[in-house]
Design a protein around this ligand. Structure first.
Ligand SMILES: CC(C)(COP(=O)(O)OP(=O)(O)OC[C@H]1O[C@@H](n2cnc3c(N)ncnc32)[C@H](O)[C@@H]1OP(=O)(O)O)[C@@H](O)C(=O)NCCC(=O)NCCS
Length: 163
């Protein structure tokens, strides 16, 4: 798929670097993807840390709400996805892929060696995205997530080598 066709497929969204001004919108977006939404203060506190960076999907020139965002951290060559969320109505249009692509480009430009993340074993959409990128499972934390109703599921720790 060419960059232009992927841009069209994902609704004309551009992937731009996140700034402190984006935290409130990112928090609202986070709440569409997770049962415990992060507040704008929590996202702002993360983004203020020097090793943390993020990207947001925005439509150029429009004040419309962003389509998704990703936050990651890079420390001494090892990076971690802190969170990624795409607005439900824009899912499966390539935004998650493009957000992860922006993270990978940034990490490679910084000379990072490995990228880790944690994902709920039952999160089929996220697992499919990560496997398509090339992540593989390296560990499992049993009963790590709790759905609030008492059901527990494992966290899969996944790794992508960037070298
Ligand atoms: C996981 C998430 C970020 C994926 O974002 P997205 O923009 O929908 O993903 P994309 O459209 O870029 O999909 C890229 C690839 O991932 C896979 N994929 C994404 N969603 C999928 C789904 N629901 N079912 C199967 N495969 C899926 C496909 O392989 C897809 O490639 P294809 O379209 O060429 O087949 C999104 O579903 C989301 O925000 N979920 C809620 C929050 C969350 O779970 N975050 C991850 C926590 S670890």
């Amino acid at each position: 798929m060419t960059a232009a066709s992927l841009f069209r497929r994902s609704g004309g969204f551009e992937i731009v670097q996140m700034t402190a001004a984006d935290c409130a919108e990112a928090a609202a977006l986070h709440g569409t993807g997770f049962s415990r939404a992060w507040t704008d203060g929590e996202i702002g506190a993360l983004l203020a840390q020097e090793p943390v960076f993020g990207f947001m999907a925005r439509r150029p020139g429009k004040r419309a709400r962003p389509g998704g965002f990703v936050l990651a951290r890079l420390v001494e060559g090892e990076a971690e996805i802190l969170t990624i969320a795409v607005r439900p109505k824009h899912r499966q249009s390539g935004i998650g892929w493009r957000l992860m692509g922006a993270v990978l480009r940034h990490l490679r430009s910084e000379g990072a060696q490995r990228l880790f993340l944690e994902v709920d074993e039952g999160n089929d959409a996220a697992l499919a995205l990560y496997r398509k990128i090339g992540f593989s499972k390296v560990a499992e934390r049993a009963a790590y997530y709790n759905d609030g109703g008492g059901a527990k599921s494992a966290a899969l720790v996944m790794r992508l080598d960037l070298g």
